[in-house]
Design a protein around this ligand. Structure first.
Ligand code: HEC
Length: 161
């Protein structure tokens, strides 16, 4: 199922979704990415799913999928307490400063959607539960609808029910 991730580019208006939530600033659109690190162009990370190797961003996306699936199982299926779910912001905020497969994909439109995502993650961390969880998935979907359509099925598969 997770192999259906080919990116289909859509055309879209630029995102205007920076509503001014304070974000830590060592990982922003202005952050210069370091050449040669694992997941950078020419240094893709070995991956069972992707024979060509995975970028830093693609690897982070896999972490997102795993983290949200685990959070939903803990809260919904296992009926766990919100306090048992670890904050996602510390790792997920890296979306704004990770190498994509195609460096040109890290552009202002992407960053607008990335900020929107980080904001949804912070809202979840503050109040872990169904409503904020669905808000996170809406933020995944908003970006993927315009940038990379392949994973939409994976995103919908993470819905609360
Ligand atoms: C700001 C835009 C954006 C947001 C938000 C976003 N994605 Fe992505 N996603 C991308 C881009 C761009 C790629 C392609 C990365 C690459 O090829 O380097 C990608 C790739 C993926 C992949 C394929 C990874 C692979 O192995 O090739 C999956 C699965 C995925 N995203 C799921 C998600 C989920 C789930 C969320 C929310 C929890 C999410 N994405 C949020 C832009 C986004």
């Amino acid at each position: 199922m997770l192999s259906l991730v080919a990116c289909t580019k859509g055309t879209s208006a630029p995102a205007v979704i920076d509503a001014g939530v304070a974000l830590v600033d060592d990982c922003t659109y202005d952050t210069k990415l370091v050449a040669g690190i694992p997941g950078s162009p020419g240094h893709l990370i070995a991956s069972e799913r992707n024979p060509n190797g995975a970028s830093e961003l693609a690897t982070l996306m896999r972490t997102f999928v795993d983290d949200w699936r685990a959070a939903r199982v803990a809260l919904d299926v296992d009926g766990g307490s919100p306090a048992a779910v670890s904050p996602k912001f510390p790792t997920h905020r890296k979306i704004r400063c990770s190498w994509p497969t195609d460096a040109a994909d890290r552009n202002p439109t992407f960053d607008g959607f990335a900020k929107n995502y980080v904001r949804a993650v912070k809202a979840f961390d503050a109040q872990p539960g169904r409503e904020k969880y669905e808000g996170v998935l809406d933020a995944c979907k908003a970006c993927h609808e315009v940038s990379c359509g392949g994973p939409l099925e994976v995103i919908e598969g993470l819905r609360w029910k």
